[in-house]
Design a protein around this ligand. Structure first.
Ligand SMILES: [Zn+2]
Ligand SMILES: [Zn+2]
Length: 323
């Protein structure tokens, strides 16, 4: 199973401005000049590899879109602005594909705005299958393809669209994948998904605040998380911001770490980065989470508790995770 992240920002596409690129280049050159003066044996490439990622490309600016690829199938989760690059890639690498499968967690704009740029929607003979647990799934798509907001009306794409209304917590299959929707903690209903194939499992948990913090509170949604090979989790905020933004529907690194350790999740990737946070601020959030994680493991060790850890990192647009 491969998971590719095409959009990892939350709420609003957030491209890096030319001024920020220039500032990053100035900082890199300054550090490189310091390195030269110190007679370091490092090559330029080795030096670049050591720089923090916010100086060398950052985390990416497109909103939520993920792709899960298995031996026999492909599932797209959400249609944020990242889906445009995925569409371009599919047109180049798999032009004869006839069926596309898109799972929509909810209808906030950052999870839909890329859909009008998903090219198979305009290609007669292609079938684009939408899966969602919301009653108003069809209406949500109609709203996207309507004047004066978009020039192409829904009737142009409707022959290609196939709506699949799915039931909460009831598994369904797409190719060789079993997909089960579970409720997340978000102001408007948002359905995460557990995707399983060939013995591997992904828990897609974006957008969520992670307010239910015990197995009892999670109740029927607990199986979303248990023993997952990978959890994709919401870390829009630092822990301090999350405490201030109650009921905003987003979470932070430490909350996801706690959940992962409790439910024996093997790996976590954090996404839905705050659109108003610079890449430096997101990097700071990742460092803060590292400090939290180290202290948590140390305190568990002191208390004689299980010190089994979890692999985790903050997502970067375009990255691929192999399970
Ligand atoms: Zn969102
Ligand atoms: Zn949302």
């Amino acid at each position: 199973m491969r998971i590719k992240l095409w959009g990892v920002r939350g709420s609003l596409p957030s491209p890096v401005s030319p001024d920020r690129v220039r500032a990053h280049l100035d900082e890199i050159l300054k550090q490189f000049e310091d390195l030269k003066r110190s007679n370091s044996p490092l090559t330029a490439t080795q030096f670049l590899d050591l720089l923090p990622s916010h100086l060398t490309g950052g985390y990416g600016g497109n909103t939520a879109c993920g792709e899960i690829i298995t031996t026999k199938g492909r599932l797209i989760i959400d249609g944020g602005s990242g889906i445009r690059n995925l569409s371009d890639e599919l047109m180049k690498t798999d032009p004869d594909c006839s069926d596309y499968h898109i799972y929509l967690t909810h209808f906030h704009w950052d999870h839909l705005i890329g859909l009008p740029f998903f090219m198979p929607l305009y290609m007669p003979g292609k079938a684009v299958h939408f899966y969602g647990a919301h009653e108003d799934l069809t209406e949500a798509l109609h709203i996207l393809f309507r004047k004066p907001n978009f020039p192409v009306p829904y009737k142009v794409i409707s022959p290609q669209i196939h709506i699949h209304k799915i039931e909460p917590r009831k598994p369904f299959t797409i190719d060789d994948m079993t997909v089960t929707p579970f409720a997340l903690d978000h102001p408007d209903p948002c359905w995460g998904a557990r995707v399983e194939s060939a013995g591997k499992s992904v828990a897609w948990c974006v957008d969520t605040e992670g307010t239910r913090t015990s197995p009892e509170e999670l109740g029927p949604d607990l199986p979303l998380y248990q023993n997952a090979d990978l959890m994709v989790f919401d870390a829009q905020y630092t822990f301090g911001e999350a405490l201030e933004k109650i009921n905003w529907g987003h979470s932070s690194g430490p909350i996801g770490i706690d959940l992962a350790l409790r439910e024996k999740i093997k790996q976590v990737v954090f996404m839905h980065h705050d659109p108003s946070a610079s890449d430096e601020a997101i990097w700071d959030g990742e460092e803060q989470t590292k400090r939290y994680y180290s202290e948590l493991l140390r305190s568990r060790e002191r208390a004689g508790l299980d010190t089994a850890g979890v692999e985790w990192h903050f997502a970067r647009e375009g990255e691929v995770i192999e399970l």
